[in-house]
Design a protein around this ligand. Structure first.
Ligand SMILES: [Zn+2]
Length: 255
């Protein structure tokens, strides 16, 4: 039996995620923006929370952790971070660590930039990536704590995953990301196709997640900072990828 994933809205535009192992009944919440929607989703399925996998210390990703831990006595997994901004942690993880969620395996990738502690969780057997606020569909997180080269490096780590992996990210930002991406790549056919799909999904009040990583590689301008055509569109011919990435991020910040 393969893993089951549930996605539901939290707070104003966060996603909550549960991944469930039918073989062992183990269930992990990826982050916990707030407790109530996570509890509701668990009760709807008849699942019990065994683990919370935290990606980074921001309040809109950890706000529900204390309440969920108290209710379920679940294991709380968080990034290795010397500042220990995250409380209630049972296990700290770093690059390359592999966690067991029942019989499911989650591999840890350190993806700093948005915050210094940010990690992403990769379920290789399920072809699933939880990238939180590092990689969004057609976008990426703001670089609050790291540097542009650091964030670009993190995006390259995620881009190296196979095309048929599903991307689950931290926020429903896809429509506004597309609006910006089209200002840089108005002629990108993959981007235009994604724009049509997202317009259709949002009109039907459907989430735009998950997205296929292969489609993101073609349509997400923030994964394409090393494409000569992107540099040319920004009048930055010959500039290094991390410089082009920084320019993209600053333009998006102002958009
Ligand atoms: Zn964040």
């Amino acid at each position: 039996m393969s893993a089951e994933i549930r996605l539901f809205p939290c707070l104003s535009d966060n996603f909550g995620y549960l991944i469930h192992d039918p073989a062992t009944k183990a269930t992990a919440s990826i982050d916990a923006p707030e407790a109530a929607p996570v509890i509701k989703a668990l009760e709807h399925e008849g699942w019990t929370l065994t683990d919370i996998l935290i990606t980074h210390h921001h309040g809109d990703h950890v706000g529900g952790v204390a309440e969920l831990k108290q209710k379920y006595g679940c294991r709380v997994v968080a990034p290795h971070d010397k500042t220990t901004k995250i409380g209630n942690v049972d296990l700290r993880v770093a690059q390359g660590d592999v966690l067991k969620i029942g019989s499911l395996l989650a591999r840890v990738l350190e993806t700093p930039g948005h915050t210094l502690d940010h990690v992403s969780y990769v379920f290789d057997n399920e072809k699933t990536l939880f990238a939180a606020d590092t990689l969004f569909s057609i976008g990426c997180g703001r670089v609050f704590e790291g540097t542009y080269p650091m964030m670009w490096d993190s995006l390259l780590k995620l881009r190296a995953l196979p095309d048929d992996f599903d991307l689950y990210c931290g926020h429903e930002y896809t429509a506004s990301n597309i609006k910006f991406a089209l200002t840089v790549e108005p002629d990108n056919a993959a981007l235009k196709a994604r724009a049509e799909e997202v317009t259709r999904l949002r009109a039907a009040n459907q989430p735009t997640i998950p997205a296929k990583l292969g489609d993101e590689k073609k349509a997400n301008v923030f994964l394409r900072a090393d494409e000569p055509s992107v540099a040319a569109n920004l009048r930055m011919k010959g500039a290094s990828a991390d410089k082009v990435f920084g320019e993209l991020r600053e333009r998006k910040n102002k958009s």
